[in-house]
Write a protein that binds this ligand. Structure first.
Ligand SMILES: C[S@@+](CC[C@H](N)C(=O)[O-])C[C@H]1O[C@@H](n2cnc3c(N)ncnc32)[C@H](O)[C@@H]1O
Length: 250
């Protein structure tokens, strides 16, 4: 499992480049035309960094998740199972005994990514008998903080990483600094209080957009930028840090 950073080919680490150069087969889950750009970026990384080595690319169709289902956890579990089936098929068909296969994982494999869980699942089912090595990558969270030139936490304070879905339910307990990922619904828009936002879309990519400021001042601008980008490109990936002022005393 090789973390490839969140969109900027320059953020592929030296360790990842070394790992790329040991691989016989790269497994790619294609998400259809809309996210063609993300598959293309993986190919660009291979073109740039793999030197003088023959490799194969095995592409499988990433199954769609049932987004209409009200039962979120079940829908995700079912989707993971179907993804695991696709991966098992790719490995069985394309990887010979003794060869090295790799999944190129967006950002860092340790953050909101199911590939490791899928490999665990395959091992449990007896569909995979291999050593798994993980190469960390630069996550979109690191990229966000760097592009805004800020830190995620204040001195001695916690920072919480959560999803738009959870933030829409309520502000997390015991954290004044919150990083939000996977937000399909402008969860920041409904927040009150004295909050600053550091927002980034398509971080590290040519379409990168950065907006920051006091939430009441920039919320509408961010919502508009998201809607416009989604219309133009057909998909969006964005992450933001929310910083509530006056941390509660311990
Ligand atoms: C399934 S998670 C994968 C996270 C990834 N493993 C990482 O380390 O960044 C996808 C979410 O990551 C965030 N994300 C990934 N790449 C991004 C980018 N280039 N710009 C902004 N957000 C990004 C978005 O919140 C997106 O909804």
């Amino acid at each position: 499992m090789i973390g490839i950073g969140a969109g900027d080919p320059e953020q592929v680490t030296v360790q990842a480049v070394r790992a790329l150069n040991r691989v016989d087969v790269f497994f790619v889950l294609d998400k259809g035309d809309v996210k063609r750009e993300l598959v293309d970026l993986r190919q660009e990384i291979l073109d740039r960094y793999v030197e003088g080595r023959e490799y194969r690319v095995a592409v499988g169709r990433d199954p769609d998740r049932d987004r209409a289902s009200g039962a979120y956890a079940e829908a995700v579990a079912d989707w993971r199972r179907r993804r695991a089936d696709v991966c098992a098929g790719l490995i069985a068909e394309h990887l010979a005994d003794g060869e090295t296969g790799a999944f190129l994982v967006w950002g860092d494999p340790a953050l909101y990514d199911s590939t490791l869980a899928i490999l665990d699942d395959l091992r449990e089912r007896g569909a995979l008998d291999a050593e798994v090595e993980v190469v960390p990558g630069i996550s979109s969270v690191s990229a966000l903080a760097a592009r805004h030139g800020t830190v995620l936490n204040r001195v001695g304070r916690p920072v919480q990483i959560t999803t738009g879905r959870r933030l829409a339910e309520r502000w997390p307990d015991d954290a004044d600094d919150v990083v939000v990922m996977l937000d399909a619904r402008d969860a920041f828009a409904g927040l009150g209080g004295d909050v600053e936002i550091f927002w980034g879309a398509y971080l590290g990519m040519p379409d990168e957009i950065l907006i920051s400021g006091r939430l009441p001042d920039v919320a509408a601008q961010i919502a508009e930028a998201r809607a416009e980008a989604r219309r133009r490109k057909g998909w969006i990936m964005d992450t933001y840090l929310l910083r509530r002022s006056a941390p509660a005393a311990d």
